[in-house]
Design a binder for this molecule. Structure first.
Ligand code: IMP
Length: 446
């Protein structure tokens, strides 16, 4: 059963969409398995830029089944906006299937995401304020509204009423706010959801069965993660994380297939590191080198437009991500952004930022206090000055860039199968030995 999982190996925004887009050519189905419209994927195709938040980017391939799995949280208004946008641009969206069991982000989830962050003050997580956390909280509390509920007026109203009861106190300030009050009105919410349900009905399906059929037929299914390993609610830098599991194990629970359906796991990592929102970031640069990475890499959030924090490649965190996901391969994106840096640094160990503490460690610390004080200890590699954006084969890369990638593979403990050298879908190079590491490299990469 050929199933490949694509996960972010760092703190998100690694360019997973581009790699999924690349594999989509060979796939029968693509499944998003967690997260919601907190994610943002940008695909550049024939000079045209496409931005996706919920719909798998594979939708641009005619005939491909694009699944929003049960593990995703869906804001139906945002989803319909994306569908309408695609239709306006002549894209056939009939391959889009939405799990009947996926949970809906309700207006009160968005309100609570705003007030929750405001109350945390200095401890703010820096969420995308899209209602993700409160929606997953309701799912766990068994107070969630699911996609299938939009098709049944009676059940829908009852469930919304039940979900509102424990939130009354927290929602009171919003009910007095003229902007929020209409959105939080029970009747209005019910009517809006029924209208959304009517429009989405043709896409609602038993998506676990659809994925299973493709796998049973021996066809490739790509499981597309959103966010990334270090934002995982269990394995990331809690509490500065998202509210789902963006790691490989969740590909199964979030889509309704078993672990034996997965034969490869690829981690996607930038050639350096970025993070949006708060939380520990041991290799963060607060100087002009970080500033340079931000402007060269256009490091501003796709969803919120916030400037991303930037830093050197963190091999300690990457080794952890390789292990947590049992990664079979790494794809390194945005290599071109490092052109012109004299020396390139890679953190291979951490040490404490506290002067009196001289311990160093080469595994990712589980203890939050240790992690919050950790800073990188670096190896330095020579940089390159050549523009990489026209490179299309491994041999086209300058020696120093090839050496950098080989070094990353060695210190992370996973083979690098490809590198991204620009935003365009054709701007990638497969490594010479990619065909040994994956069944999905083109034959010419061997
Ligand atoms: P939430 O997912 O909106 O609850 O935000 C929780 C944390 O995850 C915040 O630090 C966000 O900035 C971060 N986050 C959520 N989605 C993404 C993403 O797609 N890329 C990078 N960071 C993200």
């Amino acid at each position: 059963m050929p199933g490949i999982v694509i996960v972010g190996a760092q703190w998100g925004d690694e360019g997973k969409g581009k790699v999924v887009d690349l594999l989509a050519k060979q796939a029968d189905a693509i499944v998003r398995f967690q997260g919601g419209n907190n994610a943002g994927h940008t695909i550049v195709r024939d000079g045209e830029t496409w931005k996706f938040h919920l719909i798998p980017s594979g939708i641009l391939y005619p005939g491909l089944t694009c699944i929003i799995g049960n593990g995703v949280v869906v804001d139906p208004g945002v989803l319909l906006g994306e569908i309408d946008g695609l239709r306006r641009n002549g894209v056939d969206v009939s391959g889009l299937k939405i799990s009947a069991n996926a949970h809906l982000i309700m207006p009160y989830h968005i309100a609570l995401d705003h007030s929750g962050e405001a109350k945390l003050g200095k401890l703010e997580i820096g969420t995308t304020k899209r209602g993700i956390g409160p929606c997953y909280a309701d799912k766990a509390a068994r107070l969630g509204i699911r996609v299938q509920d939009m098709l049944d007026e009676k059940i829908l109203k009852q469930k919304i009423m039940a979900a509102l009861v424990p939130k009354q106190l927290m929602l009171r300030p919003f009910e007095r706010d003229p902007e929020w009050a209409p959105k939080l009105d029970l009747q209005q919410m019910t009517e809006d959801l029924l209208a959304y349900g009517h429009r989405l009905e043709q896409h609602i399906a038993d998506t676990g069965t659809l994925a299973w059929r493709s796998l049973e037929d021996g066809k490739l299914v790509v499981f597309e993660g959103a966010q990334a390993t270090l934002l995982d609610i269990d394995h990331g830098t809690y509490p500065f994380v998202t509210s789902s599991n963006p790691t490989a194990g969740a590909a199964c629970t979030g889509s309704g297939v078993g672990p034996r359906a997965i034969d490869e796991v690829w981690g996607i990592a930038k050639a350096y590191c970025t993070r949006v929102g708060a939380g520990p970031f041991p290799t963060e640069l607060h100087d002009e080198t970080g500033e340079r990475m931000r402007s060269a890499g256009h490091e501003f959030g796709t969803t919120t437009g916030r400037p991303r924090r930037c830093g050197w490649f963190d091999a300690v965190a990457l080794r952890y991500a390789v292990r947590i996901n049992t990664m079979t391969a790494l794809a390194i994106t945005k290599l071109d952004v490092l052109t012109g840096f004299d020396r390139i640094k890679v953190a291979t160990r951490y040490r404490s930022a506290e002067e009196e503490d001289s311990t160093t460690f080469d595994t990712f610390p589980y203890h939050q206090t240790v992690l919050h004080h950790a800073v990188g200890e670096y190896e330095e590699l020579p940089g390159w000055t050549e523009d990489l954006t026209e490179c299309r084969t491994w041999a086209d890369l300058p020696d120093a860039a090839r050496e950098y990638l080989a070094y990353l593979a060695e210190v992370c403990g996973a083979p690098v199968v490809l590198a991204g050298v620009g935003p365009g879908r054709e701007q990638i190079v497969w490594s010479d030995d990619a065909a040994q590491a994956t069944a999905y490299a083109p034959a010419t990469a061997a």
